[in-house]
Design a protein around this ligand. Sequence first.
Ligand code: EPU
Length: 463
Amino acid sequence: MSGDPSTTNDTTNDATDDATSNQPTTPAWVVNPVGPLRGSVTVRGSKNAVTKHMVAAMLADTPSRISNCPDVGDVAITAGMLEALGCGVELIDGVANIDPRFIDSSRVPLRFSGLNRIPILMVGPLLHRIGHAFVPLVGGDEIGARPLDFHVDALRKMGAEIEFTSEGLEAKAVKLQGAHIELPYPSVGATETILMTAVLAEGRTVLDNAATEPEVIELALFLQRMGSRIEMRPNRRFIIDGVETLSGAAHRLKGDRIEAFSYLVAGLITGGEVRVHGCSQDRLVTAISTLQGMGARFEITDTSISAWADSLTPAAVQTDTHPGFMTDWQSPMVALFTQCKGISVMYETVFENRFTYVPALKQMGAQIELYNTPLGSMETRFVGSSTPCSVVVSGGNPLIGTDVTVPDIRGGFAYVLAAAAAEGRTTIHDTHHLDRGYNRPIENFEELGLDIKRVEVAAGSGA
Ligand code: EPU
């Protein structure tokens, strides 16, 4: 399963770290496989929780302290947006101190347009503080249409007037009220918007068909710590009774389950063993049971999880909302499938454009076919879309390093995993996506023994 260092072929491409000075350059990573990856990695708080906690801190009358923050681009982007609103943000050694007392602007500047998914979450808090909000159009990975209709419908139900302009979304409200909202799909972001709006709204909000991802529950608990009155009921129901004021709170973020899974796969795909610290077992239960079904063995303690395998068998997996197999685990799993002898199937049901990394894996020698036929038991969220929702992987043949260009955060990490298992050097272009979402990935992979380094390459030299 592992790349054999003796087969490393430095002539597979022309990546260079000394791109000529007068040419524009872009960041890239160069990976030379070294065989099985072994060692320990500690993951920090999750990218998809930290930024939401930073926004929640806007709701309080006093400062909040969020620790175990990952060193990821999304934190810096969110800090920049908060500061532009007048919010104090101090980021030191993984601790974010957020002081909302001097927020005096309701407009997130246009320079933050398209950078991540966070601005829409600021609408509720800004309406509570100032009665008005402007947020630029959201960005994030191009993994599907990612509409905002659930957020907007819920905000309108709670009394906000909302208009879309060519630049973003303008909202105003004199007073927000609780409402009965049933989401058409348990959207993570829309659930977070509703929670962060309902906690200070007048009266009761009943939210049905809510997302229950661990990061959403973590946010709800943080809001409770701030003084919110939130009840969690069975069957995806939240009941929130609005309060007059909230106080700042302190929280140590829980470990990133996407990173944790990805590093466990890094060990498995190279025939090694990686021990992950910092992410508890309950966040990985479905990932662990799926890998166990393929023959992986685990040592699980209160503080760490490690995985190894003598050999792995193929599997059929479909992505789902929590507690199912999460969509963000999909691309590392497909990379792993390429090295499991036999036919595996991955069926994506959450986002309609999450297989954009597949052509590059095929270029590396993986045998993968894309289908727009559902190869699983449930409907996708995007019925009727013409994009592929299923892949069939004929695994077990060697991968060969080449030049690949990162399409989105999670697809990009699948390239690193494939490159670690491949023969020869891989140059991964457009790695800024990876820096937005992973905490010190180069250092972590180096700890595991991988030969990986950052370089600057001539712009446009990617695949
Ligand atoms: N949807 C709508 N309308 C809406 C909102 C969502 O149709 O108003 C649809 C989406 O298009 C998608 C489905 O509902 O088909 C689920 O979307 P959701 O709102 O749950 O996703 P999100 O909040 O935009 C977060 C994470 C994603 C993660 C998903 C699912 C953040 C910043 N992003 O996105 O993470 O995949 O939940 O768990 O929290 C990543 O980290 O790489 C990433 C994409």
